[in-house]
Design a protein around this ligand. Structure first.
Ligand SMILES: NC(=O)C1=CN([C@@H]2O[C@H](COP(=O)(O)OP(=O)(O)OC[C@H]3O[C@@H](n4cnc5c(N)ncnc54)[C@H](OP(=O)(O)O)[C@@H]3O)[C@@H](O)[C@H]2O)[C@@H](O)CC1
Ligand SMILES: Nc1ncnc2c1ncn2[C@@H]1O[C@H](COP(=O)(O)OP(=O)(O)O)[C@@H](O)[C@H]1O
Length: 270
């Protein structure tokens, strides 16, 4: 994994002065009745990526499942360094949409995934943010700015559309796929090919949780260096893919295995 975007660079080792608030508090508005697993997968990933504290602010039924999978999780709103919004959330879910709109107009850094890409009001979004669409979500995202394209257009020239979305939103865009394109301002970087073992349901939810943990852990540096978000996004994609490769060496890969292997890789690197 070692190169200029070496993921380990973003995982400062813990020391005696650390407490649960000092190395990243990640909040989630994710999961729903139809997609409870998306809530669980993101949370699992953030915990394995070393978050000091994880808050979950989804609906109460899904919250019970999340806490049953991870009793470390604290429920509700509170002090957070990065919010992960939208994995497993339908845009017509009014309870969660209200929370997403509220957080989307505040200053805490964000990962905006899946349904939240259709909810957030981009005209008031100023927090440092990574958007994580796949190609079909990119079509819907661009349509919100009056830009009409089809999935085939995105697949043909992903770099151009990642850049377009970054310019329209003023944010860092991570366009997911076999190769992932990270764009910010006028720069775009291809990452991958990623591990094909990521082609399994929920692996995007794991990436969102990983990104949330990495952004939260580096929140202080990010406050003075916005450009760091681009590097963190690239590093997260590389770590996510490396974790899938590591998982595949053990057994067939499910998304939760990718989250577990993030923890194994990070433990080995320290
Ligand atoms: N366990 C859980 O709780 C899980 C919850 N999940 C949550 O589910 C929600 C919906 O996820 P989803 O957008 O992937 O929609 P899904 O209904 O599967 O497909 C609809 C259409 O989308 C397209 N499409 C899909 N993937 C694509 C790609 N990579 N690249 C390009 N296009 C792609 C494809 O349409 P096509 O373009 O082929 O016409 C497909 O027919 C979301 O909130 C997510 O977080 C998931 O993470 C799974 C595990
Ligand atoms: N064939 C593939 N090769 C490499 N990576 C892939 C492949 N298919 C999907 N991925 C990666 O897996 C993840 C899938 O995320 P997403 O499309 O949001 O799925 P889900 O909604 O099921 O979580 C992304 O990180 C994407 O880059």
């Amino acid at each position: 994994m070692a190169n200029s975007f070496d993921p380990v660079r973003f995982f400062r080792p813990l020391g005696p002065a650390d407490d649960k608030y000092s190395h990243g508090v990640v909040g989630f508005v994710t999961g729903s009745a139809n997609y409870p697993g998306a809530g669980i997968l993101g949370v699992q990933s953030a915990i394995r990526a070393g978050a000091g504290l994880v808050r979950y602010w989804g609906n109460s039924e899904t919250a019970k499942l999340v806490v049953s999978a991870r009793p470390e999780v604290v429920l509700g709103n509170g002090r957070v360094d990065c919010w992960v919004l939208g994995s497993g959330v339908r845009p017509d879910d009014s309870e969660l949409a209200d929370r997403i709109l509220q957080l989307g107009s505040a200053q805490t850094p964000l990962v905006i995934d899946a349904g939240a890409l259709e909810i957030v009001d981009f005209s008031v979004l100023t927090a440092r943010t990574v958007l994580t669409p796949h190609a079909s979500e990119m079509v819907k995202l661009l349509a919100r700015f009056g830009e009409k394209y089809q999935r085939s257009d995105i697949d043909t020239d992903p770099a151009t559309f990642a850049l377009l979305a970054a310019n329209l939103t003023g944010q860092t865009v991570l366009l997911k796929g076999h190769q992932t394109f990270v764009a910010s301002d006028s720069q775009v970087q291809k990452v991958g090919p990623n591990s094909p073992h990521l082609a399994t349901a929920g692996s995007g939810d794991v990436l969102a949780g990983l990104l949330g943990a990495m952004i939260a852990r580096n929140a202080s540096a990010l406050a003075t260096d916005a450009g760091l978000l681009f590097d963190i996004a690239i590093a997260a994609v590389k770590l996510h893919s490396a974790a899938a490769t590591a998982a595949a060496a053990i057994k067939t890969v499910a998304a939760l295995d990718v989250a577990e292997q993030i923890g194994v890789l990070l433990a080995r690197s320290n």
